[in-house]
Structure formats: structure tokens, C-alpha cells
Design a protein around this ligand. Sequence first.
Ligand SMILES: CC(C)(COP(=O)(O)OP(=O)(O)OC[C@H]1O[C@@H](n2cnc3c(N)ncnc32)[C@H](O)[C@@H]1OP(=O)(O)O)[C@@H](O)C(=O)NCCC(=O)NCCS
Length: 150
Amino acid sequence: MQVEINSITVNDVAYKDVWYLREEVLRKPLGLSLKNEDLSRDVLNTIFTATINNKIIGCVFLQPITEKEIQLRAMAVYSNWQQHGIGKALVVAAEEYAKINGYNLIILHARKVAIGFYEKMGYMPYVNEFIEVGIPHFMMKKDLIKERLK
Ligand SMILES: CC(C)(COP(=O)(O)OP(=O)(O)OC[C@H]1O[C@@H](n2cnc3c(N)ncnc32)[C@H](O)[C@@H]1OP(=O)(O)O)[C@@H](O)C(=O)NCCC(=O)NCCS
């Protein structure tokens, strides 16, 4: 299985496939649609895609918050490809980008069901439960300075 990790922006033709992936994995199961959301902040994001046989099967977005802090969001892998290391490969690529570009901290809003995944990736919860897209989430973070010292 050859997985390719690439980075794109909203201007790339692949953004359409990423939109569809997010819709299928992150919104439809909740009875929601991206069509009802303002996606204008996507333009600020670096988008990482995982591709197998020319099909995008996973994505994650990085959105700068401050000069030193960046948010990981829109983490999704098609269900038939989950548990194959795709999510991990995307997070590793996003973290590499964050480090190279001088960010010290990655934050994210973790769905309760995904907390175990992020913990495996070295993230720590730091804000108690809150509701987003109608379901429980926790704020999680990873200190990249500590990572560099490891
Ligand atoms: C969460 C998600 C992105 C993980 O991607 P994935 O490709 O399945 O994860 P990986 O296969 O890279 O898993 C890496 C490790 O995390 C573990 N893991 C994966 N999902 C997990 C979960 N939900 N809870 C606990 N551990 C999990 C894997 O078992 C693996 O452990 P290992 O290294 O000991 O073998 C994917 O399941 C997904 O898209 N879920 C639906 C959407 C979603 O919840 N997105 C997150 C929104 S905050």
C-alpha cells in the first residue's frame, strides 16, 4: 500500500475531493452538511492529503492562530481506510510543517471519540468538555518545543 502525503491549498483542484471527504466523514454521520457552514477560513489553511491510487482518502488542516500557535483541524480518514496508519501519517506531516515554520504549539478540538487517537500522537487534553457540531469535544495540545528537546 503506497500512501502519498501532499500539502495543498483551497486553490488546488484536490480541494473539491477534500470537501467531499470532510462531508462524508465529519458531517453526514452527524446529520449535518458543510453546505450550511462558512468555510472562508479554509483559505488561511495548509491542507494535508493522504492519497492511495490517485484517490484522496484522508486529510487534515493546519490553521495559524498566532505567530507561534497553529490549530490542527478537519482530521478525517474514510472509514474503510481507518486503523491503517493514515491518520498518524497525516499528523506527522502536519507537525513537521509546523516545526519547520517556527510554530511552538499545536492545539486542536478533539471529538470525544478521537481523544485516544490524539493521545497516541502525544496530545494532552487541557480544557474540559464543550459542545461543537452538536457533540462533545475537548481542547488538546502538543508543545513542539518539548518535542524538539526529546
Ligand atoms: C480519528 C481518525 C482520524 C484516526 O485516523 P486513523 O487513520 O484511523 O488512525 P491511525 O490508523 O493512524 O491510528 C494511529 C494509532 O491511533 C489508534 N487510534 C485510531 N483511532 C483511534 C480512536 N478513535 N481511539 C483510540 N485510538 C485510536 C490506532 O489504533 C493506532 O494505534 P497504534 O499506533 O498503537 O497502532 C479516523 O478514525 C477518523 O477519521 N475518524 C472519524 C472522524 C474523526 O473523528 N475525526 C477526528 C475529529 S476531531
